[in-house]
Design a protein around this ligand. Sequence first.
Ligand code: SF4
Length: 230
Amino acid sequence: MKQIILDRIPFQPDRNQLIKRLHVDINSEDGARLMSMIEQAEGIGRPKAIYTLASIDSKDEDGVIVDGIRLSSYVMRVNFADINRVFPYVVTCGRELYEWAACLDDMLEQYWADIIMEQALAAALKYFYNHLENEYRLGKFKSMNPGSLEDWPISQQKQLFKIIGNVQESIGVELTDSCLMIPIKSTSGIVFQTESGFENCRLCPREDCPNRRVDYNPQLLDEKYKLNKK
Ligand code: SF4
């Protein structure tokens, strides 16, 4: 297992996007407060990522063994059918911003900090994907995330963290008993090479999700993953 930590990820908050999204008049008192917070976040923010280059040891009917640990997911079994290496990862906005935000009393500022941390996470994720692309020439790749599908529940975070190893010590991301991550603006998953257009959202029936990237496709469940027939 090869473990890599990315802890020098640059973070420059996108001021224009924040002003627009938060509906703040830059010339107002709130505008000055927001600018001050953005400057603080830029100084403090240290988004990070950790991943491993992991081997798929074997596959069974509804799961795969990755670096000796079984992950239970029929969708994963199908997605990993033709590959033998994957990239389990955790990416985070960083403990520095999380602790900075935790000290804010004002509810509006807490909300702004939340959105700034989302930007930091997005910057880290983009950096991580570019890093994979440059280091391994993956071509097309996609990600599966524990908890995004009923087939791969959030409880599988424990196995994912075990595969990666030392996540808390390395990048400060803690896994709670209920398998949520702290800082909350963190994401975890497994990147895998594929020519398919796999998206978790295609298999997820959740209605009104603000983060949906593509339409739900129940036929895909029947045709490719056969989940509805299991
Ligand atoms: S629709 Fe929403 S909840 Fe479902 S997989 Fe996509 S982003 Fe996640």
